[in-house]
Write a protein that binds this ligand. Structure first.
Ligand SMILES: NC(=O)c1ccc[n+]([C@@H]2O[C@H](COP(=O)([O-])OP(=O)(O)OC[C@H]3O[C@@H](n4cnc5c(N)ncnc54)[C@H](O)[C@@H]3O)[C@@H](O)[C@H]2O)c1
Length: 319
């Protein structure tokens, strides 16, 4: 038995993050059952495994046997009871919409064994918003992973006031067991450390696009020169996050804070990306087209040829 005492994991939500957490946990030896209400999402999640297999082989040196073993530890279901009835840990990664999360917590409360720990992967919401709805406030907290879990191996651990020490210890141990660097959060904070830094950056970049100040390549190029060595800029990151989640964050926080700029950004993302199918990296298109987005081209940060001056000067003309 492991330090965390967590062997069986139920992943609730098979979207961008749910798929990654499930695959990575299985890769690190956990038995994982993935649940989603949408058959299409479950199918997409399974299809995404081919991509993860390639990434884990190339980036993490995973052998074919490792990949096969990972696949064998994953099960997919649309039956919540099947997913959660024997889970040591249930990780929730449903949309960043409080009512959806509350609904699933209430359903889970009736199914999960007494000792099961429930963790939310919410990007910006607080565990204390939901503690009472879970029916197990002492065994509930946030375990937040970053997108591209195999490379950005962070796990933020944040409790609500009612979360027990044992739960925090087991969540931290679980994070270590699956190869994460734990980030303990000592005070409830919307966005932990990671998104307290990232969301303002994405909001700032999106505002520049929404207001027509600069295009996405110009913004990313500027950021990537300011932070030499980084592999993408904020618009590239938005593709990785996914436009659906981005809109949810802008809409929720725009409404909560009465922030008109954020609400305008939510509308821009809806109109220009979600309504046009450019939903982000998983769809192969968002701000950029994938594979081979322009920001990965070797000359992306180069001093341009003189022949590019007229086009650049035209962009500098005030509109
Ligand atoms: N995308 C990111 O970069 C990122 C990073 C860290 C944390 N998160 C957080 O993880 C959570 C999920 O985000 P995502 O980007 O994976 O979202 P997503 O939209 O890609 O996936 C959400 C999934 O939940 C499913 N779903 C909806 N209602 C459900 C229900 N009642 N029961 C089960 N499944 C349901 C959807 O079918 C979909 O497959 C959010 O709280 C988000 O803030 C996202």
């Amino acid at each position: 038995m492991s330090e965390s005492n967590i062997e069986n994991v139920a992943m609730v939500g098979a979207g961008t993050l749910g798929g990654q957490i499930a695959w990575h946990s299985a890769y690190m030896g956990k038995q994982v059952t993935v649940y989603d209400i949408s058959e299409e999402s479950l199918e997409k999640c399974q299809a995404a495994q081919a991509g993860y297999a390639t990434i884990y082989s190339t980036d993490l040196n995973a052998s074919e046997a490792d990949i096969e073993a990972t696949r064998s530890r994953l099960t997919f279901t649309m039956d919540l009871v099947e997913a959660a009835h024997a889970a040591d840990l249930v990780i929730e990664a449903v949309p960043e919409v409080p009512d959806i999360k509350i609904d699933i917590y209430k359903k889970l409360a009736a199914i999960m064994p007494q000792e099961t720990i429930l963790a939310t992967n919410s990007s910006t919401l607080l565990p204390s918003m939901f503690s009472a709805e879970t029916g197990r406030p002492d065994r509930f907290g946030a375990l937040h992973f970053a997108n591209m879990i195999w490379a950005l191996n962070l796990a933020e651990i944040m409790g609500a006031p009612e979360t027990s020490d044992d739960t925090l210890t087991r969540l931290t141990a679980y994070a270590v067991e699956i190869g994460m660097v734990p980030v303990p959060i000592s005070k409830e904070q919307n966005g932990y450390v990671c998104n307290s830094l990232l969301v303002p950056l994405l909001q700032a970049a999106q505002s520049l696009v929404t207001k027509g100040v600069a295009d996405h390549e110009t913004i990313d190029r500027t950021y990537m020169i300011m932070n030499r060595g980084c592999t993408m800029g904020p618009c590239g990151i938005m593709d990785v996050v996914g436009m659906g989640t981005l809109r949810e964050i802008f809409t929720y926080w725009g409404t909560q804070l009465g922030d008109q700029e954020m609400l305008a950004n939510a509308e821009y993302v809806s109109e220009h990306f979600l309504d046009t199918g450019r939903t982000g990296l998983l769809a192969g298109k968002g701000y950029y087209d994938y594979p081979n987005p322009t920001f990965q081209q070797p000359d992306f940060l180069d001093i341009p040829q003189m022949s590019a001056v007229p086009a650049l000067a035209a962009k500098a003309k005030l509109s």
